[in-house]
Design a protein around this ligand. Structure first.
Ligand code: BDP
Length: 328
């Protein structure tokens, strides 16, 4: 064998070894998303996936499943916790049943404003919640905006807590939200997001509560035409990854994935602001009567029982609750 062919042979075997190594380390992360493809969150997730693929040279790819095709949110959360699914773009509301720390942001009226929510979630509060998630099998890579949720129904506008009395309202799956509606003398029905449109249409419930983009994107506004801006819940969302998937990434890949998620959150927050305004216009053009509520005090007072019950059951979370409340 000449020196030349020897080197060629060596080169070929090194190349083969590299190929094996790169195939072995190539990883596809399957990611759950409930939203339609043109929703701000979905668009931002696409950017996330593109950045991860590019920066890892294709060694890590993210396969996105939009429209909730992989199942409802409470189930998907459990699957990510167990490592059956790799990733999810979750609202923290339905996480409360398995990850207690996430419940602090599901307390009604806890954040004084969206900018304050960003600041706290990007700091100590977000870190504490993510630590709680890690104990339960997943971690948050970045926080998305989900605006403020307000009530909508097919019966009457809500101006004061009395107007909620007797209304059947769908809530996300979490006992805190049942307590919230009951504190207003309404009837709460926890239900999967995908069932809400039909349930309002057929009168199983009178309405639900959500932010303007979701009220619009899945057409709830068509069947519940009173939208009352109670803005009672500001619940952030996460781009989450299972601990099992995270641990399979190299340190360098983890850094890439985290940075890409944070970059996507910046994009999502910008897209969100624009989409909120557009959705408000669209639902009104679609016949919705919107009413604002200048004094939310009477609603807030009714929530004392929700806070008392929560703190009695979760005394260890009172510091986290106070951290947010004192930031007011
Ligand atoms: C939307 C959230 C989504 C929830 C949905 C709901 O983005 O994660 O599943 O509300 O009400 O705003 O279930």
């Amino acid at each position: 064998m000449t020196l030349h062919t020897k080197f060629r042979a060596l080169g070929a075997s090194v190349a083969a070894a590299l190929m094996v190594a790169s195939t072995a380390s190539a990883m596809e992360l399957r990611a759950w998303n409930i939203h339609v493809e043109d929703y701000p969150n979905s668009i931002a997730l696409e950017s996330f996936a593109a950045e991860v693929a590019e920066k890892t040279g294709g060694d890590v790819t993210v396969k996105l499943f939009h429209n909730g095709v992989l199942g409802n949110q409470p189930d998907a959360i459990e699957q990510v916790r167990l490592g059956i699914l790799d990733m999810g773009q979750f609202n923290l509301g339905p996480m409360g049943q398995s990850i207690p720390e996430t419940n602090v942001v599901s307390l009604p009226f806890i954040f004084p404003s969206i900018p304050k929510m960003y600041e706290l979630m990007d700091g100590d509060v977000g870190d504490a919640i993510s630590a709680g998630m890690e104990d339960k099998g997943m971690r948050a890579l970045a926080w998305y905006d989900s605006g403020a949720r307000s009530f909508y129904n097919s019966v009457r506008p809500i101006n004061s807590p009395d107007d909620v009395e007797g209304l059947k309202l769908r809530v996300m799956s979490n006992n805190l939200f049942v307590g919230m509606v009951e504190a207003l003398d309404g009837n709460a029905t926890p239900m999967a997001f995908g069932e809400v449109y039909q349930s309002i249409k057929t009168g199983v419930v009178d309405g639900a509560e959500n932010n303007p983009p979701s009220y619009h994107s899945v057409n709830h506004y068509e069947v519940a035409q009173y939208y009352s801006l109670t803005e009672h819940l500001i619940i952030p969302e996460c781009v989450c990854i299972s601990n099992a998937a995270w641990d399979k990434l190299t340190a360098e890949q983890q850094e890439i994935v985290k940075t890409a998620a944070r970059n996507s959150a910046e994009e999502q927050r910008t897209l969100w602001q624009a989409r909120e305004a557009a959705s408000m216009e669209a639902v009104q053009a679609g016949g919705v009567t919107v009413n604002t509520i200048d004094d939310k005090g009477p609603f807030q007072e009714k929530m004392a029982v929700v806070y008392d019950g929560f703190l009695a059951e979760n005394p260890d979370l009172s510091d986290l609750v106070n951290l947010i409340r004192n930031a007011n």
